[in-house]
Design a protein around this ligand. Structure first.
Ligand SMILES: *Cc1c(COP(=O)(O)O)cnc(C)c1O
Length: 209
């Protein structure tokens, strides 16, 4: 944190708890962790149901299938992986109007063809405009998962490109406050490039069972 000249409070820790049992989440929660990220809807709902913990914030970080948007809109506080207007529209429509809007990050495909998930950088402004108009959603920022690689400078450069895309959107008038970047293997590079939220699984819980 200090190495990256970032303020300690400037990076939020999201515990990526997919594949971890409810007891592991409860243990971390008792230790003060309140934000958890899940990737599979039915697994997440089963754990929410078993845990029933107050003041916990649930983030959906996996690929969003259209037939799961209703459950995501009903049970999560954030979605980090919105990459299509159609999915955004469904989430907005299905969010309870009496609830706070669903916080949304747009997932950017920053490493080209290495992953099918994420909006292409050139299509990002149009998607951001569409999402910002949806009443059930609050556009918070961008999320990216770079292709795996161990070189710190390459990781940081990739994350810096995401940060620049975010800066461009802010310049264009979007009010963004979140850069969801960094996992166990690349969180230092992500923080050095301006991440505000790291999604950490293995480094917190140990290997997924
Ligand atoms: C699993 C997962 C993580 C956490 O990965 P680790 O390498 O275990 O830290 C972060 N983000 C997303 C989207 C994930 O699916």
């Amino acid at each position: 944190m200090e190495a990256a000249r970032r303020k300690p409070g400037g990076v939020v820790l999201l515990a990526a708890s997919k594949a971890q049992p409810a007891e592991a989440i409860a243990a971390l929660y008792r230790a003060g962790q309140s934000r958890f990220g899940e990737s599979y809807v039915s697994e997440a709902l089963a754990k929410m149901d078993a845990l029933q913990l107050p003041d916990i914030e649930w983030h959906f970080i996996g690929p969003v299938q259209s037939n799961k948007t209703r459950q995501i809109a009903a049970h999560f506080d954030w979605v980090h992986s919105v990459d299509r207007e159609k999915i955004a529209g469904r989430l907005s429509e299905q969010r309870d109007p009496a609830a706070a809007p669903l916080n949304v990050c747009l997932q950017v495909n920053i490493s080209g063809e290495s992953t099918k998930s994420g909006v292409a950088p050139e299509d990002l402004p149009a998607l951001a405009s569409a999402v910002a108009r949806l009443p059930g959603l609050k556009l918070r920022g961008l999320m990216a998962i770079p292709a795996p690689g161990n070189d710190f400078d390459a990781q940081r450069e990739t994350f810096a490109r995401v940060a620049r895309l975010s800066g461009d959107l802010v310049q264009a008038g979007f009010e963004l406050d979140t850069l969801s970047m960094g996992m166990s293997a690349d969180l230092e590079a992500a923080i050095a490039a301006g991440s505000t939220m790291v999604r950490v699984g293995t480094a917190l819980f140990g290997p997924r069972p």
